[in-house]
Design a protein around this ligand. Structure first.
Ligand code: Z5A
Ligand code: MG
Length: 216
């Protein structure tokens, strides 16, 4: 008897500013898609569990310093070390929800205003990684984000950095085009309803999209 080929999974990326609710929404989306009968996995970048991820973790916590370009390439390497397993999961029919990805990678590094670390430079090591089928950008004003608590203790969690990050996300997504902007300054339920609708449309169109693409 012939086996029916497995329908590939969908690669879903959730991006956004600090406290936009990415992790909360990723969990809600995982539960929603599971209830719909999908085989779902939720992963996040940085993946702090790998040897590279441990270096990133100590950098973010401030217990270690790294040169700007060097830490940038480590964040990228942290995605490359998981690229194969992402491709395998998608081919096996697993729907992957990814909390932050290459977009955060390029934007946070470029926000440092290091003269030799432009957004263009920062994007280069991302080229060739699996391309999301849908990228949801959770957009939130600085005022709304502030209502969700003060800045944390990690590096980058300060006003000037966040302001530059906000501007660079806008610049990057004007160029990237296929991003789904979600107003994240509303209730958990309102935001998740929009995300579910966008993801359902994307999953329904998957057959016309073809195989997983790569970032260019
Ligand atoms: N970084 C980088 O530089 N390069 C890279 O390549 C990558 C990342 C991948 C750590 O990331 C840092 O790494 C980050 C970017 C940099 N630096 N900064 N800043 P992270 O993903 O580990 O950061 P995080 O601390 O987990 O995420 P977050 O952005 O701060 O939060 P979030 O996931 O978007 O939000 P949340 O945890 O779901 O919610 C935040 C709070 O708001 C929480 O109390 C919720 O209960 C509340 N919340 C959520 N939604 C709502 C709504 N709708 N209403 C009211 N309250 C809400
Ligand atoms: Mg988070």
């Amino acid at each position: 008897s012939q086996q029916t080929p497995t329908r590939r999974g969908t690669l879903i990326v959730v991006e956004g500013l600090d406290r936009a609710g990415k992790s909360s929404q990723c969990e809600l989306l995982r539960d929603y898609l599971s209830e719909q009968g999908h085989n779902v996995k939720y992963i996040r970048f940085p993946d702090r569990t790998t040897p590279i991820g441990k270096l990133i973790d100590s950098y973010l916590r401030g217990s270690a310093n790294q040169e700007d370009h060097s830490i940038h390439l480590l964040f990228s390497a942290n995605r490359w070390e998981l690229a194969k397993s992402i491709e395998q999961d998608i081919a096996a029919g697993i729907t992957l929800i990814v909390d932050r990805y290459s977009y955060s990678g390029a934007v946070y590094s470029a926000a440092k205003a290091n003269p030799t670390l432009s957004l263009e430079w920062a994007w280069q090591p991302e080229i060739g990684l699996p391309q999301p089928d849908i990228c949801l950008f959770l957009s939130i004003s600085a005022e709304e984000a502030a209502k969700r608590g003060g800045f944390g203790a990690e590096r980058y969690e300060n006003e000037s950095m966040q302001t530059r990050v906000r501007e660079l996300f806008r610049t990057l997504f004007e160029r990237q085009k296929d991003v789904c902007v979600v107003d994240a300054g509303r209730t958990l339920e309102e935001v998740s309803r929009d995300i579910q609708a966008a993801v359902s449309d994307c999953v329904a169109q998957l057959d016309t999209v073809g195989p997983l693409r790569t970032l260019g």
